[in-house]
Design a protein around this ligand. Structure first.
Ligand SMILES: *[C@@H]1O[C@H](CO)[C@@H](O)[C@H](O)[C@H]1NC(C)=O
Ligand SMILES: *[C@@H]1O[C@H](CO)[C@@H](O)[C@H](O)[C@H]1NC(C)=O
Ligand SMILES: *[C@@H]1O[C@H](CO)[C@@H](O)[C@H](O)[C@H]1NC(C)=O
Ligand SMILES: *[C@@H]1O[C@H](CO)[C@@H](O)[C@H](O)[C@H]1NC(C)=O
Ligand SMILES: *[C@@H]1O[C@H](CO)[C@@H](O)[C@H](O)[C@H]1NC(C)=O
Length: 288
């Protein structure tokens, strides 16, 4: 029953999107993604994809196509119990030395201690823009939706459709912004016990392996560059072409701003923009 209702909802999403927009991608995991690391650690069961980290390897998947602007969402149920030292990721990245990248990194913890969600934004090859948040729920108890929205004005990181971070286009102030490199969508689970948990003090306890994160409900509503076609980014960069170019999406609306303020007040535990110990001069995008 649960699967039937899930796929009905998914079909309803696809249908309504197909009427309004032109680019929504409705497909299952195998059609959209391929493993890029340790295929034997990735298992697909119906609409669920499980990623395993053990003492041999972590693993990861990537989209077959690349995307420029739009929205990518998926649901994740993170490693339960003792997840210290592990990192589960959902991110988008282009290639090369001046790549752009948008990261969700879920930093595990010892049993009963809270996960942290670390986000980062790389533009023109440079990152160092970490923020860290706690969550208002236990991300190991059930599936929750994590999304990346990206247009030429701003990037939003969303958790259950609530914005936790916005990165505004400040190209006019000399801050590079991703507008011309298509990105691959990726997910992974790996061992990062040199830094992830409590600053690297708590190591992965391999007697608790395997560590498994489950992914499902992949929804990509973005401008797609097909690998087999000779698609160029020009396909996606025409102005006022797509739903994310609507005038109402030039900035976050009032409701979303309100939600963002709430998250920042209650759940933000680190912001690179406030780290004057780390930066003698704060990055330009941090200055109003
Ligand atoms: C995914 O779709 C492909 C092609 O339509 C199909 O062959 C495959 O069985 C599907 N996989 C799952 C897990 O539903
Ligand atoms: C890896 O884990 C397996 C299963 O728990 C265990 O049998 C094996 O000894 C471990 N290998 C190493 C190198 O720790
Ligand atoms: C992007 O990076 C390249 C290589 O480091 C640099 O030459 C260029 O000036 C950068 N562009 C911007 C807009 O900062
Ligand atoms: C893990 O739990 C500790 C203690 O509650 C907390 O200080 C830390 O921020 C949590 N998260 C990570 C990733 O270390
Ligand atoms: C790892 O987990 C085992 C089994 O729960 C426990 O006995 C052991 O003390 C743990 N090791 C560390 C270093 O915490």
């Amino acid at each position: 029953m649960e699967r039937a209702s899930t796929s009905l909802e998914f079909m309803a999403f696809c249908l309504s999107s197909a009427l309004l927009l032109n680019l929504v991608i409705c497909a299952n995991f195998t059609e959209l993604f391929q493993p890029y690391w340790a295929p034997d650690h990735i298992v697909t069961e119906g609409d669920l994809t499980k990623l395993t980290l053990d003492n041999v390897s972590g693993c990861g998947f990537e989209s077959k196509s690349k995307f420029l602007f739009g929205k990518a969402s998926l649901q994740i149920k993170l490693v339960e119990g003792d997840s210290a030292g592990t990192v589960t990721t959902f991110y988008m990245s282009s290639e090369g030395p001046i790549h752009d990248e948008l990261d969700f990194e879920f930093l595990g913890n010892t049993s009963g201690e809270p996960y942290l969600v670390q986000t980062n934004v790389y533009t023109n090859g440079t990152g160092n823009r970490e923020q860290r948040h706690t969550l208002w729920f236990d991300p190991t108890a059930d599936f929750h939706t994590y999304s990346l929205f990206w247009n030429r004005h701003y990037i939003v990181f969303l958790v259950d459709n609530i914005p936790i971070r916005v990165f505004i286009n400040k190209e006019k102030d000399g801050v590079p912004y991703p507008t011309s490199q298509a990105m691959t969508i990726r997910g992974s689970v790996w061992n990062a016990d040199d830094w992830a948990t409590q600053g690297g003090r708590v190591k992965t306890n391999w007697s608790h392996a395997p560590f498994v994160s489950a992914f499902r409900s992949f929804e990509i509503d973005a401008c797609e560059l097909l690998p087999e076609a000779d698609d160029t980014v020009a396909k996606c960069s025409g102005l006022r072409q797509f739903w994310w170019d609507k005038p109402s999406l030039r900035k976050l609306d009032r409701h979303r701003n309100h939600q963002l303020k709430w998250v920042r007040a209650r759940h933000m535990v680190y912001d690179y923009c406030k780290d004057t110990g780390r930066f003698t001069e704060l990055p330009r995008e941090c200055i109003k």
